[in-house]
Design a protein around this ligand. Structure first.
Ligand code: ADP
Ligand code: MG
Length: 322
């Protein structure tokens, strides 16, 4: 049991940024409107995620640390209409097998509690002040997996990955107020006013946002909205292309390609635009259970979506030229 957690940890917890991703996803799944992340030393010494969500009920608190004890899927059929970001029940047990985890949570009328888990075992469970929501602190990541620890890069690199993760979450959910702090330095703060352009402004800065154009297209199956700016010599990077599908950040080469195809005839080859697209589609047409990171998805009608995206992007550039 403990070994299987460690094996799963190898897949789910690659580096500090993966811990941040899983914890923030849980906070989002708990319908939080405010999520604050604090990291120290690139997340290797500590990661704290604080939310104002639903909290965890007393009877679910211990089981949250057991493998596959997700509270989010109740039947097999749920797997085909996943509305939450998490569903595998793997993250918390995996993280707790390679770090010290402290959970403080309070749900509605229930009593607040603080639970500490180390090496996969609960070492403390005491009452805590009744603050609505959840706080999870992860300390000394990979303390018991030296091989993994050795693989970590500099604090600066790990922090960069964490920053990417939180930026994407903020872009995925402009309606949630996000904060990221690194050793008491503010890295990101969004207002949560459901205004994508304002979040883009926080992430990329005014100069980029000034050049951004609105993209919009829809068909029977899909709705696409977002913003795009032409690449410049200074900024041309694949990582500036963000695709959000039903509120989930995804990596989908076909869609990235579709964006490139959209402007290919008008702009230099090998340059990547800065783009953030929100795609909405019927969850039944999406399979997110492809990889433990849940970033890769399989889409039905992928070609049709590709064409829609290409057309929408192309239209923006053509109008710009006029
Ligand atoms: P999953 O997200 O796949 O269900 P996790 O291991 O990430 O599994 O989390 C286990 C369970 O712990 C979740 O199903 C949820 O019930 C609970 N949980 C974890 N974090 C939070 C949070 N921030 N707010 C509310 N519940 C949480
Ligand atoms: Mg989860």
């Amino acid at each position: 049991e403990k070994l299987s957690n460690k094996i799963a940890a190898g897949e789910v917890v690659e580096r500090p940024a993966s811990v941040v991703k899983e914890l923030v996803e849980n906070a989002m799944d708990a319908n939080s409107s405010k999520i604050r992340v604090d990291v120290s030393e690139g997340g290797l010494s500590s990661i704290r995620v604080l939310d104002n969500g639903e909290g965890i009920l007393p009877e679910d608190r211990e089981t949250a640390f057991f493998r596959h004890a997700t509270s989010k899927i109740k039947t097999d059929r749920d797997l085909f209409r996943i509305g939450t970001l998490g569903f595998r029940g793997e993250a918390l047990p995996s993280i707790a097998s390679v770090a010290e985890v402290t959970l403080k949570t309070c749900a509605g009328e229930s009593e607040g509690e603080k639970i500490t888990v180390k090496g996969g075992q609960i070492t403390e469970r005491i009452t805590a002040p009744p603050r609505q929501g959840t706080e999870i602190v992860v300390r000394d990541l990979f303390y018991n997996t030296p091989a993994r620890l050795k693989y970590m890069r500099t604090v600066y690199t790990e922090l960069g990955h964490i920053s990417d993760v939180v930026n994407r979450m903020a872009l995925a959910r402009p309606d949630i107020a996000f904060e990221l702090w690194s050793d008491d330095r503010k890295m990101l703060k969004t207002a949560g006013h459901n205004d994508l352009l304002r979040v883009l402004n926080e992430v990329y800065g005014r100069a980029v946002v000034k050049e951004m154009k609105y993209v919009k297209a829809s068909s029977e199956d899909f709705q696409v909205t977002g913003y795009i700016a032409a690449p410049s010599e200074a900024r041309s990077n694949r990582s500036y292309m963000t695709t959000i599908l039903n509120g989930r950040y995804i990596k989908n080469p076909a869609l990235t390609k579709a964006v490139q195809t959209g402007y290919a005839t008008l702009l230099p080859v090998g340059r990547f635009p800065i783009v953030c697209l929100h795609i909405t589609m019927n969850p039944l047409l999406v399979d997110v259970n492809v990889h433990p990171s849940k970033m890769e998805v399989r889409l039905s009608k992928e070609r049709a979506l590709q064409e829609l995206v290409s057309e929408a992007v192309k239209e923006v550039w053509e109008n710009t030229r006029l």
